[in-house]
Design a protein around this ligand. Structure first.
Ligand SMILES: Cc1ncc(COP(=O)(O)O)c(C=O)c1O
Length: 345
């Protein structure tokens, strides 16, 4: 039985052409800053994001943790939305590794606004943590791949600057946000003091992320990466996959968005699930299950029929369109979801 894997956009496998680029990559020792493929990738990322410099790191989690440590110090506080990856999916790394407190702000749809943030910026007082950074996630995974409106980003940036806060973007899926708005990634990234991006999500590389910022910040980030054990040697072999992904897979991202919308529309037409196709902005579809369905057993039934999804809350699943999914997969996935739900309701 063929399996349709919609668990995440991280499940893609490298194409033969990407594997070829990896096989022939020129390499050197990157801790000595000698790896030409890594240097090319870092230069390209800096250029695409409109920042002075960039640093290749093994994962999105390390990109976030290097960035937070680069922008804040132990005893500082970082403001962010409650559903963000740094709050929910990084094993409390900011507090465990860097002594940084994350202060989550609630938002009805995952998107922060100056009005939501303002009450959380603390005045200087010996009792308070020092509010040092404002972090946003765009697109926002737990909010179903939701995108920040373009006009909101500089408004939040102005608030951050007014209060001397650094402005940070977890841009693991900045590619999707840029595709949604029809802008270049730099138009989003330029608003921020530092930005992280991932190559192993929408872009389909097997491994890798990057942090972009000023030259001085990236020099510091390089030391922090080493401290966290992320200094890698002949890692051009991996960077080559990321370079290939940037050069070949950026322009096709709108296809994933169209397919996610297609899945959501087919499900809405069946009138069984609580999902609204209008809310699907990028490649992520969040599906609310009818009350009578038990989450774990529904997911197992889907699996037996050849469809993989992940739980995404008490009565919710997530399905993600990606590079290895075509229109036929989406149609089949919708059929399996509808058939399985009908049997159980
Ligand atoms: C928004 C966001 N940031 C960061 C990460 C972390 O990436 P990684 O799994 O490569 O550590 C993810 C992973 O899904 C993510 O969705």
């Amino acid at each position: 039985m063929s399996i349709i894997d919609l668990r995440s956009d991280t499940v893609t496998t490298p194409s033969p052409a990407m594997r070829k680029a990896i096989a022939v990559a020129e390499v050197g020792d990157d801790v000595f800053e000698d790896d030409p493929t890594v240097i090319s990738l870092e230069n390209k990322v800096a250029q695409i994001l409109g920042h002075e410099a960039a640093l290749f790191v093994p994962s999105g989690t390390m990109a976030n943790q290097v960035s937070l440590r680069m922008l804040a110090s132990p005893g500082d506080e970082i403001l962010c939305e409650r559903g963000t990856h740094i709050v929910n999916y990084e094993v409390a790394a900011a507090s465990a590794l860097s002594g940084i407190q994350l202060t989550p702000i609630d938002s009805p749809n995952g998107i922060l606004t100056p009005d939501l943030i303002r009450p959380f910026i603390r005045p200087e007082n010996i009792h308070h943590p020092n509010t040092a950074v404002l972090a946003v996630e765009n697109t926002h995974n737990r909010a179903g791949g939701r995108v920040y409106p373009m006009e909101l980003l500089p408004k939040i940036g102005d608030l951050a600057r007014k209060h001397n806060l650094k402005y940070y973007l977890d841009g693991a899926r900045i590619w999707n946000a840029a595709a949604f708005h029809g802008v270049s990634p730099s138009e989003i990234a330029r608003e921020f003091d530092a930005v992280s991006v991932c190559f192993s999500k929408g872009l389909g590389a097997p491994v890798g992320s990057a942090v972009a910022s000023s030259k001085a910040n990236i020099k510091r980030a390089r030391r922090i990466r080493k401290m966290l054990g992320g200094g890698m040697r002949q890692v051009g072999i991996v960077a080559a996959g990321a370079l290939f992904a940037l050069e070949n897979n950026l322009d096709r991202i709108p296809e994933d968005h169209r397919r996610a919308k297609m899945l959501a529309t087919m499900l809405a037409e069946a009138n069984l699930f609580g999902n609204n196709p209008e809310e699907v902005q990028t490649n992520i579809v969040v599906i609310d299950l009818p009350e009578s369905l038990i989450l774990d057993s529904f997911i197992n039934d889907l699996k037996s029929d050849g469809l993989l999804v992940v739980p995404f809350g008490i009565s919710r699943i997530r399905a993600v369109a990606h590079l290895n999914i075509d229109d036929a997969d989406i149609k089949k996935a919708a059929e399996i979801l509808i058939k399985t739900a009908k049997l159980k309701i």
